[in-house]
Design a protein around this ligand. Structure first.
Ligand SMILES: CC(C)(COP(=O)(O)OP(=O)(O)OC[C@H]1O[C@@H](n2cnc3c(N)ncnc32)[C@H](O)[C@@H]1OP(=O)(O)O)[C@@H](O)C(=O)NCCC(=O)NCCS
Length: 312
């Protein structure tokens, strides 16, 4: 059994910050409503930046911090449901921008908000016989381009951003993972590409019920595989969709105060970007230290979910 050893992370956010107060001038909402239901105050929206710009920013940071160059990368995956183009993939455009070698495995994958962990698992498997031993996995979303800014049910929830991780296979290390999917097109749906402008539709209550169920279940499965309790972990980094989902699960599991990280107050739900962005924040703040046991769980459209317990 081998596991990914994350060498470094990076993140990139668009410049423009959009507050709940600003949104309350466009739809009938308020900072009080949004924050009390979701834990979100602000998010970033792209104005002049493309998804590729964000992916390049996050990837360059991660590579530089890992002390690696373009010639060291054997696998390059981008998890996204809101790419700049249906084709070429953001991963291929990123390959060109970074100058990755021609035999690098490059493609996008879409597992919505669970995408980064699906990307880690896929890249880790591909590294087994990749031309070079390092993988670059980027979660990158420009969700503002698929939001209906007249729908208060959805437009207040999401944000844009990118997070990246560079890792290699560690043949000694062990990680535990869980993956699942439900073939559900009703709870969350993003139309397009097509003649109609693509928008997000969501049954918020159904998604809330789904999320608390699979996050708790995934964490229990990972703890059982590791043979430890929730408070033996050093950190839990869930997909940052909603503070109430995280608080609900943390309470149900009897987690100690502060074990579950939250940063959606500043970024909103950035889908596939949220977990690597959070890992990068924690790593840059010095909170994440080598050897720590970190559990991550993603969940979202599909309906998909994924969890991983790994050693930092
Ligand atoms: C979306 C969510 C915050 C809505 O909270 P809720 O308590 O379920 O709210 P409801 O959808 O029942 O709506 C309650 C009322 O608030 C209103 N409302 C919805 N959005 C609003 C907003 N931004 N501002 C003010 N009122 C709003 C609704 O119109 C409804 O009004 P009504 O009772 O007059 O019809 C909540 O369901 C949720 O967090 N779901 C999970 C979503 C998620 O995380 N998705 C991404 C997963 S990757």
């Amino acid at each position: 059994m081998s596991a990914p050893k994350i060498l470094a992370t990076g993140r990139c956010l668009p410049e423009r910050v959009v507050t709940n107060e600003e949104l309350s001038r466009q739809v009938d909402t308020s900072d009080e409503w949004v924050f009390s239901r979701t834990g979100i105050h602000n998010r970033h929206f792209c104005t002049k930046e493309s998804g590729l710009d964000l992916a390049v920013g996050a990837a360059r940071q991660a590579l530089e911090r890992a002390g690696l160059g373009a010639e060291d990368v054997g696998v390059c995956l981008v998890a996204t449901f809101s790419p700049d183009f249906a084709s070429p993939s953001t991963a291929c455009l990123l390959q060109k921008e970074l100058g990755l070698k021609e035999d690098t495995v490059c493609f996008d994958l879409n597992a919505a908000c669970a995408g980064f962990l699906y990307g880690m698992k896929t890249a880790h498997a591909l590294l087994a016989d990749a031309p070079r031993p390092h993988a670059l996995v980027v979660g990158c979303e420009v969700i503002s381009r698929v939001l209906d800014m007249t729908d208060r049910n959805t437009c207040v929830l999401f944000g844009d951003g990118a997070g990246a991780a560079v890792f290699r296979r560690d043949e000694e290390a062990v990680w535990h993972t869980v993956f699942g999917s439900r073939g559900d097109a009703e709870s969350i749906m993003v139309e397009g590409p097509g003649p109609v402008r693509s928008t997000v539709h969501m049954d918020g209550k159904a998604v809330f019920r789904f999320a608390v169920e699979v996050v708790e279940k995934s964490i229990r499965q990972l703890l059982e595989a590791e043979g430890c309790g929730i408070n033996d972990l050093d950190l839990v980094v869930c997909h940052q969709a909603n503070a109430r989902i995280i608080d609900f699960v943390a309470k149900k599991l009897g987690a100690r105060e502060g074990l579950f990280y939250k940063n959606m107050d500043r970024y909103g739900n950035t889908s596939a970007a949220s977990i690597p962005m959070a890992l990068d924040e924690l790593s840059q703040a010095g909170t994440l230290k080598p050897g720590m046991r970190v559990l991550t769980v993603g969940f979202g459209g599909g309906l998909t979910w994924a969890g991983a317990l790994l050693k930092w």
